[in-house]
Ligand binder design. Structure first.
Ligand code: SAH
Ligand code: F3S
Length: 437
């Protein structure tokens, strides 16, 4: 039996798909890379913004049309849209056979068997305990260099705009012993980089204080000094100095922090229920820079949240410049059903204004990224090689510790090698380099 799985959304979904493949291997499913020869198509979905759901709907339409043409195919929706829309997905026009939420993947063999027998199957129960800790994910990445390891699930933060607490349930941490076992397997099979994942990694807490995130990070860093360690995502309010000191202490912990701020206006941060102010955030940035000087920092921004004024928007742009982010992910606010913002606030910034503000912050970031990259010209970085450049077979690409992509001549190097590269030029998106003599 062949399984084709498509994954949308965050890194957590990528990690979850690997758990799903592992679980379904036990019912005799093996992965295929095309939907054409699949018996079962699973779409691991994202609900974070309306357009993420639209993209999935487009795919569902395609698979439903294949089914109408006579392809014998089971279609499953898993992940956040499954959790959010529940049985509604079975009633819509997409010929969906099964709907499985993020905490119900252990039930997949049974649910798939039900679907195989011609009945619709659904399990969208959320759990307070499930971390899939004993399941050994089947790696779906192509290069065997870099892997995601999930250390927590869910989120208890209830930011006003965010659907994640509703689709992924309560926050829970995974047993550190099983995290270590999973990482040891990666080391043994030649992986060179792990990224520890959680919606809120700094809140990692095993057994009420027995192990916190800084200790977990240290434990993982000590497992192999040639394996890079990354983590995502940090939440400003919970990003503590002990994590920063651990980063500074270990060479193999990458000097990169993704610290979503969302807005530069304290008034908006309050409306978003983020629990910190602009000043608090700036204080965290200076702590980061003083403890881990060579760090690069990226962020997330939402343009046009409820009641955002031109003044608030300007504060966002001024914060961006003040911090000088190396990179950012930027989005137009998209109202999500059942969130606090949907229930209590008014989505009152017009589409046009959202679009204009978004393009203005993108322009600011593009300038900042370019400046950040220009500062790297002439420097030598250790790069972990991830693949062959899309633009030319003659070039390879990889990342430095700061998570910046560097393209350089192939020579005799291979994917998975560490190599020193001197940066010679850049765009706002990439560094180009050469191999020192
Ligand atoms: N803690 C999470 C955040 C998940 S959502 C993590 O691990 O990254 C990722 C980003 O999507 C958020 O930081 C926010 O900038 C954006 N986002 C979330 N909800 C949104 C919404 N309703 N509209 C627009 N952007 C949103
Ligand atoms: Fe969403 Fe805020 Fe949690 S952005 S994932 S509710 S930290």
């Amino acid at each position: 039996m062949k399984l084709y799985i498509e994954t949308y959304g965050c890194q957590m979904n990528v990690a979850d798909s690997e758990v799903v493949v592992s679980i379904l291997a036990k019912s005799g499913y093996e992965v295929t890379n095309t939907h054409e020869d699949a018996n079962l198509v699973l779409i691991n979905t994202c609900s974070i913004r309306e357009n993420a759901e639209q993209r999935v709907r487009g795919r569902l339409q395609l698979f439903a049309s294949l089914k109408r043409k006579g392809h014998e195919l089971l279609i499953g929706v898993i992940g956040c849209m499954a959790e959010r829309l529940k049985e509604k997905l079975l009633e819509e026009e997409y010929l969906v056979d099964l709907v499985v939420g993020p905490d119900a993947y252990r039930d997949l063999p049974k649910l798939v068997a039900t679907a195989e027998s011609g009945q619709k199957a659904i399990n969208v129960l959320l759990s307070r305990e499930e971390t899939y800790s004993d399941i050994s994910p089947v790696r779906l990445d192509k290069n065997g260099v870099s892997a995601f390891v999930s250390i927590m699930r869910g989120c208890d933060n209830i930011c006003a705009f965010c659907v994640v607490p509703f689709t992924r349930g309560r926050e829970r941490s995974r047993d550190p012993k099983t995290i270590a076992i999973e990482i040891q397997k990666l080391i043994d099979s030649g992986y060179k980089e792990v990224t520890l994942l959680g919606q809120n990694v700094d809140k990692y807490d095993w057994n009420n204080g027995e192990m916190k995130f800084a200790q977990l990070l240290e434990t993982v860093a000590q497992m192999s000094d040639t394996m890079r360690v990354r983590f995502a995502t940090s939440y400003p309010q919970h990003m503590t100095d002990d994590v920063l000191h651990t980063m500074a202490k270990y060479e193999n912990i990458c000097k990169y922090i993704h610290l979503p701020v969302q807005s530069g206006s304290s008034k908006m941060l309050d409306a978003m229920k983020r629990g910190y102010t602009r000043e608090w955030y700036l204080e965290r940035i200076s702590a980061i820079r003083s403890i881990v000087p060579e760090v690069s920092i990226s962020s997330d921004f939402i343009a046009g949240f409820c009641s955002e004024t031109e003044e608030d928007h300007k504060e966002t742009m001024s914060l961006m410049k003040e911090v000088g982010f190396d990179y950012s992910y930027m989005f137009k606010y998209s109202e999500r059903p059942n969130t606090y913002a949907h229930r209590k606030l008014t989505d009152d910034v017009s589409e046009e204004v959202k679009g204009r503000r978004l393009s203005e912050i993108i322009d600011v970031q593009t300038q900042l990224s370019l400046k950040s990259n220009q500062r790297d010209i002439g420097k030598v970085f250790e790069v972990l090689i991830e693949g062959v450049s899309k633009k030319s077979d003659e070039n390879l690409f990889g990342r430095n510790t700061q998570n910046k992509v560097i393209v350089f001549p192939r020579k005799n190097y291979a994917i998975g090698d560490f190599v020193n590269v001197r940066v010679t030029s850049c765009t706002s998106a990439t560094l180009k380099g050469e191999l020192p003599e």
